[in-house]
Design a protein around this ligand. Structure first.
Ligand code: NAD
Length: 506
């Protein structure tokens, strides 16, 4: 009788949960259980605009990490052996839930990540699209039978899941960038332990886990550990269970993660999506009606806190002054302030540490002799847009990823000089070039040392079917469509010798 009542209570709770708002994020999500971490420390998760607390989370320690990896390890084989249709269905249900809970998801992204409503809505669309794309993966995996010049032998390639995948995600597009790894990994039969950024433990992890849970993912297939990187960061990467580390974040931390992954007793696969220093190039024949609004969006969407954000605007000297005037006039119209307002374009910086980096760069740019064309006073974490003219490529603002609403405008002397300037960086993620001549644009694009170049469009672009990724210090590997299917599966070459080898028969 008690058992029956318990089952009934569980059923009622699970039905009720579907109608309750997403809330109560205060711990870890391990093996299908939501429970506090054992670190004896709480993380205060705050809204960067209001400074109000959105949650307090009991952090994970190494014992929680161990439990998460063991649960992922246990769950993975059974999950991999589920029919492709069953795995696809879970992802499909996630996409349905995302639609039903759209308002709540957008609201969480605004409150926790300081995203403007405009950006949070874009992030929701990307989240939904990548989830639908991942739902198609289980039916797209195919092995091969290869020709082989050996009589009586067959050569096959099996595509198998990697196993347990460790995912580390950043705070800037938290739910989308977590799902960009988690969705494909799970769809392809892997299990996951996800460690979100401490700035966005909910949107970067716990909220996503709730969606998967409601969509019916078996326990242990997705685990979320929220912990201080100083306490569990290195152990998260070095742990013997994960076979692949999918890291999205800064180049400095990515390099450290890569060092740990290749020097751990069992070398791991690596997918690294790192920082950028995106050039936005305006050639002398560019259509400025098209280039100016694109430059504004490329630089200022999400306060410039996007890996593909335009970090340097490089303009041919022939159109430099006109571009600068029109660009400045447009930027002056951007609404700055409360991210909840429908038309706010520039909201808060994520935290005071990040803001301090930006303010230091502003000071260094002034000291280096650049001409400030636009600025304004700071209010809490909200920094109005800044524009600097006469910037050169050797100034700190041009050499470093600024991740803030500051636009340096650099003068180029012709197309070759513009290309030289564009490539004069250690990074190679996104880029954009503007010209009325498409063939010229293509020639220029092919010369850019980057993973992605957009001709006559914004540098901020991502689509679930395209190869997203960087060259040089911007990373290793590609996300999206067929490319992520390559990364999150192994190729297992298996041969069958049907008859004794000919030499042996002689
Ligand atoms: P970050 O490198 O500071 O942190 C990224 C993640 O790594 C966070 O979850 C953090 O908690 C974790 N981390 C830190 N130290 C760790 C350690 N020792 N072991 C394990 N994990 C550790 O980056 P951020 O400030 O969160 O994000 C901004 C950076 O990310 C920018 O450089 C941006 O360009 C980059 N980024 C790149 C892409 C891309 O697709 N290429 C996308 C978004 C952001």
């Amino acid at each position: 009788m008690t058992a029956q009542l318990d089952t009934l209570a569980e059923k009622i709770e699970s039905i009720a949960r579907k109608f309750l708002p997403y809330s109560g994020f205060d711990g870890q999500y391990i093996n299908g259980d939501r429970r506090p971490g054992h670190a004896n420390r709480k993380l205060k998760d705050t809204d960067p605009y209001t400074g109000e607390s959105v949650a307090e989370i009991a952090l994970a320690d190494q014992s929680d990490l161990e439990a998460a990896y063991q649960s992922a390890l246990k769950a993975q084989p059974a999950w991999a052996s589920r029919l492709p249709a069953e795995r696809a269905e879970v992802l499909g249900r996630c996409a349905d839930l995302m639609e039903k809970r759209r308002g709540e998801i957008v609201d969480w992204v605004i409150r926790e990540a300081g995203s403007t409503r405009i950006k949070a809505d874009i992030e929701w669309q990307m989240l939904h699209a990548i989830t639908l794309e991942a739902a198609s993966f289980p039916h797209r995996v195919a092995g091969r039978v290869l020709p082989i010049n050996e009589p009586g032998k067959e050569s096959r390639v099996y595509r198998q899941p990697i196993g347990v995948i460790a995912v580390i995600s950043p705070w800037n597009f938290p739910i989308y960038l977590a799902q960009r790894s988690v969705g494909p990994a799970i769809a392809l039969g892997n299990s996951v332990v996800l460690k979100p950024s401490q700035d966005t433990p909910i949107t970067g992890g716990l909220l996503l886990a709730k969606i998967f849970e409601e969509a019916g993912v078996p326990e242990g297939v997705l685990n979320v550990v929220v912990g201080a990187s100083s306490e569990i960061g290195d152990a998260f990467v070095k742990h013997p269970v994960p076979r692949l580390v999918s890291f999205t974040g800064s180049t400095a931390v990515g390099r450290h993660v890569a060092d740990l992954a290749v020097t751990s007793p069992l070398i791991k696969h690596l997918a690294l999506e790192l920082g950028g220093n995106t050039p936005f190039v305006v050639l002398d024949d560019a259509d400025l009606d098209q280039a100016v609004p694109a430059a504004v969006l490329s630089r200022f969407l999400h306060q410039g806190q996007i890996c593909m954000s335009t970090n340097r605007i490089i303009v041919d000297a022939k159109v430099y002054d006109e571009f600068l005037d029109r660009f400045t006039a447009h930027v002056k119209t951007l609404k700055v302030g409360n991210p909840q307002d429908l038309d706010t374009v520039i909201g808060p910086i994520i935290n005071s540490k990040q803001l301090a980096n930006i303010l230091k760069l502003i000071k260094e740019t002034r000291d280096a002799g650049a001409r400030q064309v636009l600025g304004g006073d700071l209010r809490d974490l909200v920094l109005p847009p800044h524009i600097f003219a006469d910037v050169t490529n050797d100034m700190p603002i041009a050499k470093n990823e600024t991740f803030g609403p500051i636009a340096p405008v650099i003068r180029a002397r012709g197309e070759d000089d513009a290309l030289r300037l564009a490539n004069d960086t250690e990074y190679g993620l996104s880029s954009a070039v503007f010209t009325r001549d498409e063939r010229r644009g293509l020639r220029f694009a092919l010369g850019v040392e980057a993973g992605m170049t957009h001709i006559n469009d914004t540098s901020v672009d991502d689509t679930p079917t395209g190869p997203f990724g960087g060259e040089k210090n911007s990373g290793i590997g590609r996300f999206g469509g067929d490319w992520i299917m390559e990364e999150f599966k192994t190729a297992h070459w298996i041969t069958v010798q049907h008859a004794p080898r000919q030499e042996e028969r002689k």
